[in-house]
Design a protein around this ligand. Structure first.
Ligand SMILES: [Zn+2]
Length: 218
């Protein structure tokens, strides 16, 4: 029987496959979660996407308990805390994508070098301080770096992207990986000229007016 839950589980697996085909994820480091009522679904720990079936997606409540069976991603804590504390977000994508991770290893925020930075909701994409993966401390840092944003970098680790649904969270993840690539390329050739606060405010206003469309309004 196809239910809303099984459709969402299938959608999560499709998104995991997309992370691989777009080069954002290799192996088993990436993970995805989606809110489903008063609980959430999350990808399992250490399982290659090719082996993943809907039944492998783990159900958890916001107290960190597994409902049913399965072992959730070791990063379940920040997924759970973000979904719990940010009711407007319903999907979280986490990857160790090469360019975002390279910038995260420099422990730098991604500045307003390009107007598309506004896709994350502000004029920077912050880099959270380093903490051991899977810990409450890392989750605390991630929540702080995600304040008023749909994305952040995690120092010496990777990227978190979020959205009101999984399609938006994936679009944010893919765009930010591309922005990090562009920024690192620009840095190899000089010092990128940053957009002003007023210039970025105009972009943020324009994006707001375009509503659901997270892509460039061109
Ligand atoms: Zn990770």
């Amino acid at each position: 029987m196809i239910t809303a839950s099984s459709t969402l589980r299938g959608h999560i697996i499709q998104a995991c496959l997309q992370l691989e085909t777009t080069g954002l994820n290799r192996g088993t480091s990436g993970n995805i979660s989606c809110r489903e009522g008063d609980h959430f679904l999350i990808t399992p720990s250490g399982m290659p996407t090719a082996q993943m079936h809907p039944a492998h997606i783990v159900t958890m409540n916001f107290d960190g308990k597994v409902i049913g069976t399965g072992k959730p991603s070791s990063e379940w804590r920040f997924h759970s805390d973000l979904l719990k504390h940010r009711p407007e977000l319903n999907a979280i994508v986490h990857t160790h994508s090469p360019n975002a991770t390279a910038l995260a290893c420099l422990r730098e925020d991604l500045p307003a070098f390009h107007y598309m930075i506004a896709i994350a909701g502000g004029d920077t994409i912050r880099c959270a301080p380093y903490a051991l993966f899977g810990t409450e401390t890392l989750s605390h840092y991630a929540l702080e770096a995600m304040r008023d944003r749909k994305a952040c970098l995690l120092a010496n680790h990777g990227l978190i992207a979020a959205g009101r649904d999984l399609d938006e969270a994936m679009a944010v993840a893919i765009e930010i990986e591309s922005l990090c690539q562009q920024y690192l390329l620009a840095r190899q050739n000089g010092q990128p000229v940053l957009l002003s606060t007023a210039e970025m405010q105009a972009v943020i206003e324009r994006f707001r007016n375009y509503g659901r469309n997270v892509n460039s309004p061109e």
